[in-house]
Design a binder for this molecule. Structure first.
Ligand SMILES: [Zn+2]
Length: 507
């Protein structure tokens, strides 16, 4: 009779239960794996054979068939090694366990029988719990991320021999339970360290408060990336639900190290300009999430954005709009969330000093235009706030005045976000930046006098309708920071400032 062992795989960041069936019959010795297994699963034959022998058990000299169900799900990765090995030991009666289907098994085996860490254990455990499985046997190095799931009983083990001993003498092993979340604050980064730059800091605060995308421009050394890196310190803290979602992405990427079970801080991703399309948006042979998903709920920062290949930047358009990325593959598609705040920085011209008081720009008009032409209209259209960052005059750097701490700015940001949560409680969005035309109409109403000012600016600066909506959304956020129910003229005028690009051009 065939033996059944519960295991699981994942697609995107969602776990899927998989039943591993093992049947041993007489015949020429062979081991076959069926059920849409890819190369990495097929390789497990050799690992399982060596692991069983090297752990002191016998490997049957019979015909072994392993079926992974459901058959229509493409299975990849090495996480079925452990359930396959346990199934073979049960089928050959080398161990006898009555309640084997109370457990879900995942783990890669080394040739010597050690259990090695696998990708995606967090979504796997979450899926198990949804299907009323409570007990999980996992590699020790996966234990921390798995124990984030309340009600899961996690049994972390080091090798195949230990798993067998555990199944024989269960009561000797305590399980790991869900830990309380400890809040770690990155103490090293703080806006307190950023001298001057008050207008840019204000622009960043507005961007953080409404979840708006931001572009900073200014000469090299003016502190653009220093300010960008500190954005997560003023964003609202992650809720437990958000933490789990972000951690799932890192779990399937294999990017959680043993010490860190859960992601508690909003991610800040800062890929280099040589990054490939796949590394940025995800995909590849093994299909793993890209930087845009690793930045989910946090910040994606592209420094020197004009140095990136145009094709790489263009690919951001879809995820910026849809806040998720769909990756097509030969059988079906995988979807990863990618709802991030997009922050970028650039020098205003090739030499970097155009418009600066400190140094003369040495570029020609033509060079400057050609340089900026790399920024496509559709991408610029997705940026709500532009801010110029200038080199600081000496008296600002040498001055003793201290800057505001991140925690104080964060309090204001959180208050503004609370107003937005309440506003959008009946809608599917969370912050002002996510408003579409319909919601802009609903929530960004202007009184007569304010509407007149807007009309004046619209005509004077020849605004596009896109720019018009962006100004309204940003003005809504500024009003929220002000705890003002109505959008006032000062809010509109400040929002207008953030449409000013290089050359004082309004876009
Ligand atoms: Zn220049």
């Amino acid at each position: 009779m065939a033996i059944q062992i519960m295991s699981a795989a994942f697609t995107g960041i969602k776990g899927v239960l998989v039943t591993v069936e093992i049947d041993i019959t007489r015949g020429l010795p062979a081991l076959n794996i069926v059920g849409l297994a890819d190369v990495s699963v097929k390789e497990s034959k050799e690992r399982v054979r060596s692991a069983i022998l090297n752990s002191g058990f016998d490997f049957p000299v019979n015909r072994i068939t392993i079926n992974l169900a459901p058959a229509d799900l493409k299975k990849e990765g090495s996480l079925f090694d452990l359930p396959i090995a346990i199934g073979i030991l049960l089928a050959t009666k080398q161990i006898i366990v009555n309640d084997i289907n109370d457990y879900l098994f995942i783990g890669e085996l080394s040739l010597s029988g050690e259990l090695k860490k696998v990708r995606g254990s967090l979504p796997v455990v979450m899926e198990g719990i949804e299907n009323k499985i409570e007990k999980f046997i996992v590699p020790t190095n996966n234990a921390k991320e798995c124990s984030l799931v309340k009600t899961a009983k996690i049994f972390p083990l080091d090798n195949l021999k230990q798993v067998v001993d555990f199944l024989n003498y269960k009561d000797l092993m305590p399980y790991k339970q869900c830990r309380d979340l400890e809040i770690l604050i990155n103490e090293e980064l703080d806006y307190e360290d950023v001298m001057g730059q008050e207008s840019s800091k204000r622009a960043i605060e507005v961007a953080a408060a409404g979840g708006h995308n931001l572009l900073m421009y200014g000469p090299p050394g003016s502190g653009k990336s220093m300010m960008a890196k500190r954005i997560p310190t003023i964003l609202p803290s992650l809720s437990q639900e958000e933490s789990l979602e972000v951690t799932k992405i890192y779990s399937v990427s294999g990017k959680l190290d043993g010490n860190c079970g859960i992601i508690l801080q909003r991610p800040f991703r800062n890929p280099h300009h040589t990054i490939s399309r796949i590394a940025l948006v995800g995909g590849g042979n093994k299909i793993i999430p890209g930087e845009i998903s690793l930045a989910h709920k946090g910040v994606l920062f592209l420094d020197e954005i004009l140095e990136f290949k145009k094709s790489v930047i263009e690919i951001l358009r879809q995820p910026l709009e849809e806040r998720k990325i769909t990756i097509s593959r030969h059988n079906g598609t995988v979807e990863y969330p990618s709802n991030f705040m997009f922050v970028s920085a650039l020098n205003p011209c090739p030499c970097g000093y155009y418009g600066s008081y400190e140094k003369q720009c040495s570029c020609s008009d033509y060079e400057r235009r050609r340089y900026l032409s790399k920024l496509s209209g559709p991408l610029l259209d997705r940026i709500d706030i532009f801010t110029a960052v200038n080199l600081l005059p000496y008296n600002k750097i040498a001055g003793v005045e201290s800057s505001e701490k991140s925690v104080i700015i964060k309090k204001r940001v959180e208050a503004a976000r609370k107003i937005q949560e309440k506003r959008f409680s009946q809608d599917v969005i969370h912050c002002n930046a996510e408003m579409g035309q319909k919601l802009i109409k609903k929530y960004c109403h202007l009184d007569n006098s304010v509407s007149k000012i807007m009309e004046l600016m619209y005509d004077k600066f020849n605004l596009s309708s896109r720019a018009y909506s962006r100004i309204l959304k940003v003005a809504r956020t500024i009003a929220d920071l002000d705890s003002s129910k109505n959008i006032l003229d000062i809010h509109i005028i400040e929002a207008m400032q953030y449409r000013k690009f290089i050359d004082e051009r309004i876009i």
